[in-house]
Design a protein around this ligand. Structure first.
Ligand SMILES: [Zn+2]
Length: 334
């Protein structure tokens, strides 16, 4: 464990030196965190798929009911520990109806110094449990207008804006999944926010998403294949990354270290390291059981990558540069 901490520390030293250097591949641009407009250069080491809190498994509710003290007692001390490992930014993937509470996120960000990026969109996985009834009645344009409005004017009467669009597919590609994805494309075209699409092991959904992107003349680089790590088809991952889609290996836990290292190695061999995002799909408060942590990428995966010959530049690419390129606000036309 001491060795892990030491390796993490050396890595962090490297990253802090790096951030002072002008790197020619550094993208310009911005994103919104719950603190406001943020220069993309400030994103730092980022976890691109976590849940600060969510109501997963509980009933859908637009106004999330959390026992007010509990998120604070559990989340704030935990986030302080995560921050001490060098994590600068967390993309919170909890959508509206699934537990998004931007005021609470802002308070948590204020108390911890963690940059938190929240989202717009609807989560159409989990058997559409968190899709509001109105989405079935509304047109694609009407749905996108709600999401664009959040980007332009803020969420729930605050000036807190989303930094990305969260969407989801269940098995295959149902009508509501495709409809919401199309609304996501319209929102992307109007705002430049990237779409993070819960897809998992679902080649039909990937195909459907790529077809729709083409219809709307939007580049595959506008989407993140969320939970791509659930698929066993490495060839499909590589082919899809070659088309430009961001591949999110985002279910990391320490027992999976070897699997993740060999998979990341494969992307490196194919010169596709620049399309990979890493995260845990952790959850620091779900209202019922223990938190699902999100430190292991730093404490276990980074040291293992280094032992397997990954350079500091390559690790910087995975944890700092790729999140910036994936999520900076920009319309990505074909
Ligand atoms: Zn998730």
């Amino acid at each position: 464990m001491n060795r892990i901490i030491l390796l993490s520390f050396v890595f962090l030293l490297f990253i802090s030196c790096q951030s002072n250097k002008k790197n020619s591949t550094e993208p310009d641009g911005y994103i919104y965190s719950v603190q406001g407009k943020m220069d993309i250069s400030k994103l730092g080491i980022s976890l691109t798929h976590e849940h600060i809190m969510s109501r997963f498994g509980l009933e859908s509710s637009y106004v999330p009911v959390y026992l007010k003290d509990s998120p604070f007692m559990q989340v704030i001390p935990y986030l302080k520990e995560v921050k001490a490992l060098g994590i600068v930014s967390i993309f919170d993937c909890t959508t509206a109806y699934f537990g998004r509470d931007v005021r609470l996120l802002k308070e948590i960000s204020d108390s911890t110094g963690m940059e938190i990026i929240t989202n717009t969109g609807y989560y159409a996985a989990a058997n559409d449990r968190y899709v509001p009834e109105s989405a079935y009645e509304s047109t694609i344009e009407e749905i996108s207008r709600i999401w664009i409005e959040e980007f332009e004017n803020g969420i729930d009467g605050t000036d807190i804006k989303p930094g990305f669009i969260k969407l989801g597919f269940d098995n295959g590609a149902s009508d509501i999944d495709s409809k919401l994805f199309s609304a996501g494309i319209l929102t992307h075209l109007s705002t430049g926010m990237t779409m993070a699409v819960h897809t998992g092991d679902n080649p039909t959904a990937v195909e459907n998403q790529l077809e729709l992107l083409e219809q709307f003349k939007v580049s595959p680089s506008a989407i993140v294949w969320v939970h791509a790590s659930n698929t066993t088809d490495d060839n499909l991952l590589i082919e899809t990354a070659e088309k430009g889609v961001w591949i999110s290996l985002d279910k990391f836990k320490s027992p999976a270290t070897e699997d993740y290292v060999s998979r990341i190695q494969l992307f490196k061999e194919k010169n596709l390291l620049h399309k990979v995002l890493l995260s845990h799909d952790g959850n620091s408060f779900n209202g019922k059981d223990q938190l699902r942590g999100y430190k292991a990428v730093i404490t276990h995966l980074v040291p293992a990558l280094k032992e397997n010959g990954f350079s500091d530049d390559e690790i910087n690419q995975l944890l700092v540069l790729n999140p910036k390129n994936a999520f900076r606000v920009e319309v990505r036309n074909l």
